[in-house]
Design a protein around this ligand. Structure first.
Ligand SMILES: Cc1cc2nc3c(=O)[nH]c(=O)nc-3n(C[C@H](O)[C@H](O)[C@H](O)COP(=O)(O)OP(=O)(O)OC[C@H]3O[C@@H](n4cnc5c(N)ncnc54)[C@H](O)[C@@H]3O)c2cc1C
Length: 457
């Protein structure tokens, strides 16, 4: 039985006879998915069919084609794998709350199960759907190892306050997954039609100005291969090599984790049972579990997670106090986007983002802090950093991104440092610090190509 602490109900309706719908959203996978397992369990208990439904929103936080392409290719693979085990998959296009409610009514479903996201847009969809539906809407946290609402009931100050709470619960929650059994009952009445994926992609009138990246193959199979390659080849040495942007020490799993094409819990279990040195496993699990789940905690309890207003009071105060300080350089969003600042190192990071859909984790901090230093105000810097990260990063639009920007620009989960112009007490970073850590010239030479922005064709 799925741990009941992992699930909650979002309205006050009771189960009815009829199919169980898994409204797949953040966790776009067949394997290792607590929400799908819970829906499957419910369908068996009720002796009813199970159907998986994905609602494709006309717009998701201005995601460009790069992101839709990655997501749709991953969904196509998952849909085909589900159908092979007798679980039909439906793709509905339109406003998610309306589409799911309409489909539940039309198919006379008995319960809807969905996965958890702390982002405002998803919460609003679920709230509206919960109000419209006359059957229960269950929510299952299939993204965090310890359910976000269970581990803490408030916004945590820092990793040091969340860490002991998570560690105290890992024995109970970091457990192997049961197998997913084939669909329980045939469901001829569910108006099921396999999506025409090519047509869906062609029909998408999305912003095509940010093309897909070839570096990373979407989907569950590629995600699983990436994990195994990382464990075999790069996990040993992760603790020391991860801060070198020229090295290849990182897992590169963040796009897969973001789109739910791989389960963090599965990653944690595979890493924990590997033969890599303890210090490397510990360093990786600190990022994957503590830092990642801290980001969900931040977004879950702070609705202003993507705005200057959401940063801690001390940080707001110090930044506003230094709001009028003279900036040595001042850039608009266009200059940042084209990687055309005076600083070759910053431009290289921005080029890495545009070209590869990701910036190395160490350079991400430098990149965001310099946007603070060279923008006319801290709220503007916040907006620019989130705009660029969400537009180009394949792992963007994620609690990790919102927490990362709020950490770099707004002192979130950090402490006050020595006071200095523009930054106030926010932790500072500069290029000479980077030079002491890694071969800056080599990094610049890797991403020296000018940034080409594509017209919205
Ligand atoms: C300004 C800024 C913006 C960021 N934007 C994003 C973003 O949009 N999406 C995103 O997933 N991460 C973001 N991060 C966090 C971090 O940089 C990335 O998670 C990491 O670089 C992803 O690469 P990886 O999977 O190869 O990392 P690895 O080092 O292999 O880490 C494995 C996983 O651990 C988690 N993780 C690692 N570092 C962090 C961190 N600092 N905070 C939270 N979780 C972490 C991620 O899920 C990551 O995939 C941002 C950080 C900063 C400072």
């Amino acid at each position: 039985m799925i741990d009941p602490r992992r699930t909650r109900i979002l309205n006050s309706c009771s189960d009815k006879p009829g199919a169980v719908i898994y409204w797949m959203s953040r966790d776009q996978r067949l394997n290792h998915n607590w929400a799908l397992l819970f829906a499957r369990e419910k369908a068996t208990q009720k002796g009813q069919p199970l159907v998986v439904v994905f609602t494709l929103a006309p717009s998701f936080l201005n995601a460009p084609f790069r992101h839709y392409d990655f997501m749709l290719k991953g969904l196509e693979e998952t849909a085909k794998a589900l159908e092979r085990i007798n679980i039909p998959f439906m793709l509905l296009e339109g406003e998610p709350d309306k589409e799911i409610s309409r489909y539940a009514c039309q198919s006379e479903a008995g319960a809807v199960v969905t996965d958890f996201s702390p982002l405002n847009i998803s919460r609003n969809w679920k709230k509206k759907a919960a109000d419209i539906l006359d059957i229960p809407l269950y929510e299952v946290d299939a993204h965090n190892i310890v359910p976000c609402w269970y581990v803490s009931d408030k916004q945590e100050y820092a990793a040091r306050t969340l860490r002991p709470k998570l560690q105290a619960r890992l024995d109970e929650f970091l457990v192997p997954y049961p197998p997913l059994l084939p669909g329980p009952v045939q469901a001829p009445h569910l108006h099921h039609r396999s999506p025409d994926w090519k047509q869906v992609r062609e029909r998408l009138q999305k912003d095509r100005s940010v093309p897909p990246v070839n570096r990373i193959v979407p989907g569950e199979t590629a995600a699983a291969e990436s994990l195994e390659n990382f464990i075999k080849g790069r996990l040993s040495g992760y603790a020391t090599a991860r801060n070198d942007p020229n090295g290849n020490a990182l897992s590169q799993l963040s796009p897969y984790l973001h789109f739910g094409q791989i389960s963090a819990q599965h990653v944690a279990l595979r890493v924990a049972e590997s033969h890599a040195p303890q210090e490397d496993k510990a360093a990786f699990l600190e990022e994957l579990i503590i830092r990642r789940e801290l980001s969900d905690n931040f977004c879950n309890y702070n609705p202003d997670y993507d705005r200057f207003e959401g940063i801690p009071a001390w940080a707001k105060q110090t930044l506003l106090l230094h709001g009028q300080d003279k900036r040595e350089y001042l850039y608009t969003i266009d200059v940042f986007e084209k990687a055309a600042t005076h600083d070759e190192l910053w431009n290289a990071a921005q080029s890495e983002l545009v070209q590869t859909g990701k910036i190395h984790g160490y350079m991400r901090m430098y990149w965001a802090k310099k946007i603070l230093e060279w923008s006319s105000s801290p709220p503007e810097a916040f907006e620019v950093a989130i705009y660029l990260n969400d537009r180009y990063a394949l792992d963007g639009r994620d609690p990790n991104g919102y927490a990362g920007v709020a950490w770099s620009i707004g002192g979130l989960h950090d402490r006050p440092w020595f006071e200095r112009p523009v930054y106030g007490n926010i932790r500072y970073m500069n290029a000479s610090g980077c030079r002491r850590k890694f071969d800056v010239d080599r990094y610049i030479s890797r991403f020296r190509e000018p940034v080409t922005l594509f017209p919205n064709a």
